[in-house]
Design a protein around this ligand. Sequence first.
Ligand code: CTP
Length: 416
Amino acid sequence: MPVNEKKPLILLIVGGGIAAYKSLELIRLLRGAEFEVRVVLTKAGAQFVTPLSLASLAGNKVYEDLFSLTDETEMGHIELSRQADLLVIAPATADFLAKAAQGLANDLASTLLLASDKSVLAAPAMNWRMWLHPATQRNFERLRSDGMLFIGPNHGAMACGEFGPGRMAEPEEIFAAINAVLHGQKRLAKDLAGRESLAGKKVVVTAGPTFEPIDPVRYIANRSSGKQGYAIAAAARDAGAKVVLVSGPVALPPLAGVELVRVETARDMAAAVEAALPCDVFIAAAAVADWRVDSDFDQKIKKNGDSPPALKLVENPDILATVARRSKNRPSLVVGFAAETEKLLEHARKKLARKGCDMIVANDISPEKGVMGGDQNTLVLISAQGEVAWPKLGKDEAARRLVEHIGELVSKIGGG
Ligand code: CTP
């Protein structure tokens, strides 16, 4: 780290779970990477780890009491959260998540959370039945839609001898997540200070697969993970845009600072995109199902001993082509993806013309490339201006470059 650069400050809330011992290792990793760490220990947390161990590793005093006269004189609780770059809750217990979801502020940790406008990363840890309980899942969903970020929980052996989801993420995983969040924020800060290539622009992104119902229990889907679309939405946000992300069913957490509209079917996605217009840039990264089942089975289809049922398919609306061909409110830039398993460039060039969009991002999804669900992508950008091929890149880096490219095109269109 350059000498003059301020060390990132992590405010770590240690909750009351057996996984609290892993937070000691997390502090060690953070300190090793030159982070400053301030620890807030809940009353329950203090049953599992001692303030002395935490303070020794953090090299800072540990805060425990909301009404401590000494602490409040030295540093008020509002100041404590204001100075932090990121709040981390590890372990985040079921009780703590419930409190946070309700916005309670009855101890130091919950008060800090409410008093802070910084990003919060939580690492849940609890017995699997507690994690899967509808109340915890409800709190988790609530917090996610409020913008809280989550790492884990993992699936595995628990201290209670049971096995399932609820094990706290490993210290190394939490450490990597902290770095990822701070890295994104730094880029945001840099963009805000300098070139905000999409400042003042509205960007609508579609991502993930669509689910097309066959009957109330079955559906047709595809292998899209939504990772590339989410990475594009995050990169557009970091470049200063107001972003609406219309997402099919995926296992990804919502993105802080991005408006998320969750949909299931292609028709829902088309309606959500329509509702999000007008916008400056539309990026269709979703793997929209081309067909849906032409049926209105309101009950589960049963085997009747005869031949299997025939499914009649009908075509779904083409969202990309519809947006690209709008006469009113057409975005200045319409970007589509061409996911192909063969003849990548040939198919992609035809798609550019057929869909009427301004740019196609050609994406080789042949199974041996491992793109669907994977973390890397090899993209070729095709537009009337020519073709640019990029080497294999991580999906985040590919998104950043794509957004940079889009920013340049938008500024040319706008005459900037
Ligand atoms: N797309 C869309 N709505 C659809 C189908 C596709 O918006 N009903 C968008 C995708 O988000 C992507 C682009 O169109 O940006 C191309 O998707 P792809 O599945 O590769 O193309 P198809 O339209 O399915 O064409 P083909 O069947 O020739 O592959």
